[in-house]
Structures are given as C-alpha cells and as structure tokens.
Design a protein around this ligand. Structure first.
Ligand code: ADP
Ligand code: MG
Length: 598
C-alpha cells in the first residue's frame, strides 16, 4: 500500500539510502579513529595524521548528512502532494452517488490530515529502517572486533530492548490508527453540524451535539495517550537498558584493562560505540512507528480512492454522430422532434435497494416546457439524476438525439444541459464568478440580461461592489440564491434546462417574471421543471405526473384535471388555480393565493 506512493521516487530513495549508509559508515569509523588518536598519543607518534582524518570524517559526514536530509525532505513533500492530487482528482471524477454517501468532512480529513502521515512514512522511515538496521549490526560488529567478551555483555542489553520494542510496537500502531480514525469521524460530524448550525442552535442542541463531536476528539486523545504511554515506557526501558549496559561495560572493562586483556584505548572506543548504540535503536523504533501509522494512512487514502469512477467512457468518447452535436449539424427538422428519451428505465441508488424508478418511459421534445409533478419521493429528482448521468439505469436506456447514453461520455451529455438543483448552493467566490461558472466567456451584456430576467439586476447594482461582491452561503436569502442559480443556468442558454423546484423560495411576483423568461426559453429549447407550485406548472405544454417511481399520467393541465384523481387532489391541496383553469374539484378549495401568471 505504502509502496505504491513511494514507487515514483524509488531512484531518489535509493540515492538517499546510499547517502544514509555512507553517513553510518563514517559514524562507525569515528571511534576507531579516536582509538587511533589515543594509540598515537601513547605510542609517541605524530598526531597530525589521525586528527586530520578525524576532521575529514566530520566534514564528509556533515555534507552527506545535509544532502540526505534535503533529498528525503523533498521526496516526502512530493509524496504528500501526489497523494493529495490523486485524492482531489478522484473526488471530482468519482461517481456521484457513492461519493455523496460519504461524509464530506471525512473526505476532507483524508486529503488534509491523513496525507500528512504519509510524509515521513513514505520517505525517511523506510531508509531509517534499513540504515538503522545496518548501523546496529555495524556497531555490534565493530564492538566484536574490539572485544568479544564486552560485546556479549552489550548483546544481552540489546536483546532485551529489541524484544520489548517488538512486543510494544503493534499495539502502539493500532492505538495511533484508532486515534486517526476517530479524527476522521469527528471531521465528518463537525462538518455536518456546522452546515446546520442554525437548526442546531434553535433546537438548543449545541451542548448535546458538541458533546457528541467531542466524544470523537476525546476518543482520539484517549488512543493518543495510550500510544504516548507505551512509547514512554518503551523509551525509558531502552534508555535504562543502554545505561545499565554502559555501567556494566565500564566495570567489567576496567577489570579487563587491569588484567591486561585489553588496552585503555580499546575500552574507550568500545564505550563510544555503546553510547552511539542508542542512535540506531531509536532510529529503528521510530521508523517502525511512523511506518505503521503511514501504512494505516495509506490504507485509508486508498480506500477512498477506491470510490468508483464515473462510467467515463470505455467505448464512449467517440465524436457524436453527424448532426447530433449541440448547435451545429443538421437543422432541427431533420433530427426529429424528440431530444431526450427514457425507455423502460429502472433505477436504484444502491444494489438491492428499493427501485427509485420503475420501468419509466418518457419522451422530451426539443422545444417546449415539460413539467414533472407528483408527491415527494415519487422519483422526480431521480429522473434528472439519470438525465445528467449522476445515476446509471439498472435496466432500460436513455437516448440523446437518438444516441444511447452509453455511447456518450457524461461530459458530452452534460454539455447539453443547464441544471438548477433542488438545494441550490452558491459556489465560493463573487456574484460574477457564480454567474460565469458554467460559461466563463459570457459578456457583460449577457450577464445583465439574465440578471434582469431573474429580477436581480437592480439589487446587485445597489451593492457597493456590484457583481464583484463576494458571496458565501449565508449572505443571500434562499430565494436570492435560487435566482443566482437560475441566472447561471439561463446564461448557458442550453439545449435542455432542468429546474428542480428552482423557484420554490421565490416570491410569487418574481416567480411570475421568471416563469415568463423560462417560457421564452422554452420557445427555443427544452425546459423541464419540477415544481410544487401549480402556477409554474399550469401552462406547461406537457405535465408528467409521477408517483412511486412510475409515470402515472401525462397531458395538459386540462386533460389531467379531467382524467386523474391524484392530479385533482394535488391541485386541490395546493389551493391554487390559474384563472380559467379551475377544475371542479379545486373549485371547492379556497384559492388563498391567485397566481399572477397570465
Ligand atoms: P422526488 O420526487 O421527491 O424528487 P426522488 O427522486 O428524490 O424524489 O427520490 C425517489 C426515491 O429515491 C425516494 O424513495 C428516495 O428515498 C430515494 N432516493 C433519492 N435520492 C437518494 C440517494 N441519494 N440515495 C438513496 N436513495 C435516494
Ligand atoms: Mg426532489
């Protein structure tokens, strides 16, 4: 798992390993050169040679150490950047439904915090592991060369420390992984809670929800503390082990010097090795820890990277057949009147789940206004999701200009649409950026025109910075947000305009004006609206009534009033009727608001 992140940098890492090994070799040579210095002193030889050698070793060690540090640090940052790049790209190319089933806060944690754990794990720790091992063995060998007896004493200490680490490490890593997991969960809940902060406050749930979120933080801290405790125990025992070994070496070594078995310089060199023994032990255990948390992070990253991609395009992506490209090609009359068609489409949001659409047949003409109405949960939004390829049908097919969707990429399909979603979000940025989002090349006049169509022009002129006023999710009313989204959609002047309850929060007078522009647009292109307001629906060329994932009836308002009970019920419940369109049933309902649509 971790290796897949490291692989692109294997050459650099190999160089890093060589540098680390050279550094270790220099370090290993040090005590020997010091012994040489001491021997030359007692032997009365010149000091210049050995001291120069010692200095040379220092300088070389510093240069190689610097090179090694910078090289690996750079690789580490690149690995993090790679992981972030691939995550962000994956998020945007992933199939929409599986992506939206994961909490966005958690996805953010993966990209921001888990990637950090890769930093050391994917670079220096691999090398430290090898280098630490080599250094440890090297130190022990050098000690053996100096005095096998003292080595045996040291060996016991090293063995104890090693066994201790091997037993503590796995649980240490597990604790760290749990801590990181809890952090991801916390990100998920916190993100959701902040989005709904108003509801949270009004429900007086600050304490409760805050507590719930902090539980994850506390759990993370608990596991963190557990890992710190184990680490502390491990280190203390290791340090004490080495200290005791040094004392033992000193005592037993002094005896051996007295008995003439070894020289003083040998004992000093041996002690120097014993002192440096801590370095490889530390390096080894630290790299094992970072490796383990890095492996866990890599696993979590790969897990979200396994999100299925959009059915981009095997076999698709071929240019559209002649005459089907938007704008160009044969005139409309040659292309038939049908722009979009659903044929026997069944769709589910998850395998085994209840079907959201059940064998739906639907034809959408090239021009005109089609309205989809029906009880909520009836599958209206699902039809849009299928048209926009957020969802793939389980059975049946969709056609665009007679071409099956499967032969087109999602991009080719979406090029023909503009869409105002049900919970119209604003995009981070200014009003202008929001408007130009789908069509960056639109001119100022065009922007002005759509703003007038949604009755926002004056309002925006009144703002100090005009269209360059920054927007965030809270600085607009729901109705204004919807109007911005509508203006964005109208600016595209697409072949198909999909509006999912796009005027549900707009006042009736503004809505009437918008309906007018939408109707204008319907003369030139296809408009499909989902609406609960009858005023939006009543003048549609075709009304499609959906219930329980099926098309129950379709026709004009008048036809449906005559034919369909459910439709009459819906109309009656809305207390609204257009003048002259009043049927017998809704006549009995009180018209609280008479829509000014004429
Ligand atoms: P509506 O007519 O109100 O727009 P939808 O098309 O949104 O209805 O929903 C149709 C059915 O599909 C509902 O039963 C709903 O619970 C289900 N559904 C909608 N969106 C999702 C989703 N993202 N994941 C799982 N089920 C969904
Ligand atoms: Mg809906």
């Amino acid at each position: 798992m971790l290796w897949s992140f490291v692989r692109p940098y294997r050459r650099k890492l190999a160089l890093g390993l060589v540098l680390a090994l050279v550094g270790s070799a220099l370090e290993l040579a040090n005590p020997m050169v010091i012994k040489l210095v001491l021997d030359s002193v007692s032997g009365g030889d010149g000091l210049l040679g050995p001291i120069t050698l010692l200095l040379g070793l220092f300088v070389l060690g510093a240069v190689f150490g610097l090179w090694h540090w910078i090289l690996l640090g750079t690789v580490a940052e690149k690995v993090v950047l790679d992981a972030r790049t691939s995550l962000v790209r994956r998020y945007f190319r992933a199939a929409l439904i599986p992506l939206s089933h994961r909490s966005s806060g958690e996805l953010v944690t993966r990209a921001t915090s888990d990637t950090v754990l890769l930093r050391e794990a994917a670079s220096s720790s691999v090398i430290s592991l090898i280098n630490g091992g080599v250094l440890l063995v090297g130190t022990l060998v050098m000690m053996g060369v100096l005095d096998p007896f003292l080595l045996a004493v040291t060996f016991v200490a090293v063995l104890v420390v090693t066994i201790l680490f091997l037993t503590l490490m796995p649980s240490l890593a597990k604790a760290q992984e749990r801590a990181q997991n809890s952090l991801g969960l916390m990100g998920g809940v916190l993100d959701g809670a902040l989005r709904a902060i108003r509801t949270v406050k009004v429900s007086r749930a600050e304490e409760r929800l805050g507590g719930q979120i902090l539980e994850h933080a506390q759990e993370s801290a608990r596991y963190g503390v557990r890992s710190v405790r184990r680490q502390a125990v491990a280190w203390t025992v290791a340090f004490s082990g080495v200290q005791l070994a040094i004392i033992a070496i000193l005592g037993l070594g002094a005896l051996r010097v007295t008995s003439g078995a070894i020289e003083v310089s040998t004992l000093i060199a041996f002690l120097l090795y014993a002192f440096t023994l801590m370095t490889p032990v530390m390096e080894l255990s630290q790299s094992v820890t970072t490796l383990q948390s890095g492996i866990a992070a890599a696993r979590r990253i790969r897990e979200v990277e396994a999100l299925p991609l959009e059915p981009s395009s095997e076999g698709a992506g071929t240019p559209l057949p002649a005459g089907t490209g938007s704008g160009g090609g044969a005139p409309d009359s040659d292309r038939g009147d049908t722009l979009l068609e659903l044929r026997g489409v069944t769709a589910r949001y998850a395998p085994g789940a209840e079907s959201a659409l059940d064998r739906v047949d639907l034809v959408l003409p090239r021009h005109g206004h089609t309205a989809i109405v029906g009880p909520s949960g009836g599958g209206k939004t699902t039809v849009f999701s299928l048209l926009l390829r957020f969802l793939e049908p389980e059975e049946g097919q969709l056609f665009l200009d007679g071409v099956p969707y499967l032969e087109l990429t999602p991009g080719q399909v979406r090029d023909r649409f503009a869409y105002v979603e049900q919970d119209t979000p604003v995009i981070p940025g200014t009003i202008r950026e929001n408007l130009l989002f789908s069509r960056p090349e639109a001119s100022d006049e065009e922007v002005r025109r759509v703003l007038e169509q949604v009755r926002l022009a004056e309002k925006i002129d009144a703002l100090e910075e005009g269209p360059d006023t920054p927007l965030d999710a809270t600085s607009l009313s729901g109705g204004q947000r919807q109007r911005i989204a509508l203006a964005r959609a109208l600016l595209c002047s697409p072949d198909v305009l999909l509006l999912d309850e796009a005027t549900s929060q707009v006042d009736a007078i503004t809505e009437a004006a918008i309906t007018e522009s939408v109707r204008d647009h319907a003369d030139r292109a296809a408009v499909v609206t989902i609406a609960h307001r009858l005023s939006t629906v009543i003048h549609a060329d075709t009304i499609v009534l959906m219930e329980d994932g099926r098309v129950r009836a379709s026709g004009t308002h008048r036809e449906l009033m005559e034919r369909d009970d459910l439709y009459r019920e819906l109309v009656a419940a809305l207390h609204i009727a257009g003048s002259g369109e009043r049927g017998s049933v809704d006549g009995s309902a009180e018209p609280e608001r008479v829509t000014p649509v004429t």
